[in-house]
Ligand binder design. Structure first.
Ligand SMILES: [Zn+2]
Length: 212
């Protein structure tokens, strides 16, 4: 008797590696990207590839397996990106606020420096101040435009922080005039802060409420 022994066998091959955020480990880990193929075998020897079965990602730490989409998941990167755009937008808002009454003084710059340190957790340099002032002066877009990218991702507490920073800057010269008041109202609207919430913050700071 003569038997021909043939069949198929799955084969795995590493086709890439790197670092990713493992959802199971909850942290950044090394990974291997593995391709699975089906091979035709004769006498248990793989002869040729018959089918690409797909690819998966394997965590080097917990050995958990995931589909390739997991490589796009980068919570820390997304957070950093958000913080950077948030810092830029709120900085621009504060300078626009300081310029609302047509002039900017030492007190307002000190307020911006402090508020920016609270928000961005870093110092704003004198060069940065000069550049930002010039940019804010040349930029005639309404306040909402700076916040467009970030307002949607902020919760009410984050929005309140931006509003309070702007109020602190408006108050720095000792009084809040009408132009500053309307800028603050525009800011609250741009932030899409609930009206009652915004008016509560404004009232606490002794500033006129927004009209209906
Ligand atoms: Zn893992």
């Amino acid at each position: 008797m003569f038997f021909i022994v043939w069949g198929w066998r799955g084969r795995q091959k590493e086709i890439g590696n790197g670092e990713f955020y493992c959802p199971d480990c909850g942290d950044y880990r090394g990974y291997r990207l593995i391709a699975v193929t089906r091979w035709f075998t004769l006498y248990w020897i793989p002869l040729f590839k018959t089918k690409e079965l797909g690819e998966f990602v394997e965590c080097g730490s917990c050995q958990g397996t995931f589909n390739e989409g997991v490589l796009q998941f980068d919570p820390k990167g997304a957070q950093e990106k958000f913080e950077a755009s948030f810092a830029i937008a709120s900085k621009r808002v504060m300078f626009k606020m300081a310029l609302a009454d047509g002039e900017i003084d030492e007190g307002e710059i000190a307020q911006i420096t402090q508020a920016f340190a609270n928000i961005a957790k870093r110092e704003i340099s004198p060069e940065d101040i000069a550049a930002e002032l010039e940019a804010a002066r040349d930029d005639t877009r309404p306040i909402g435009d700076y916040l467009e990218d970030v307002a949607g991702s902020l919760n009410d507490t984050g929005k309140e922080l931006v509003l309070r920073s702007a109020i602190a800057v408006a108050k720095a010269d000792g009084h809040v005039d009408e132009s500053e008041e309307s800028e603050l109202h525009e800011l609250a609207k741009a932030l899409d802060l609930p009206r009652a919430y915004a008016n509560g913050v404004l009232a606490e700071e002794g500033i006129k409420a927004m009209a209906r």
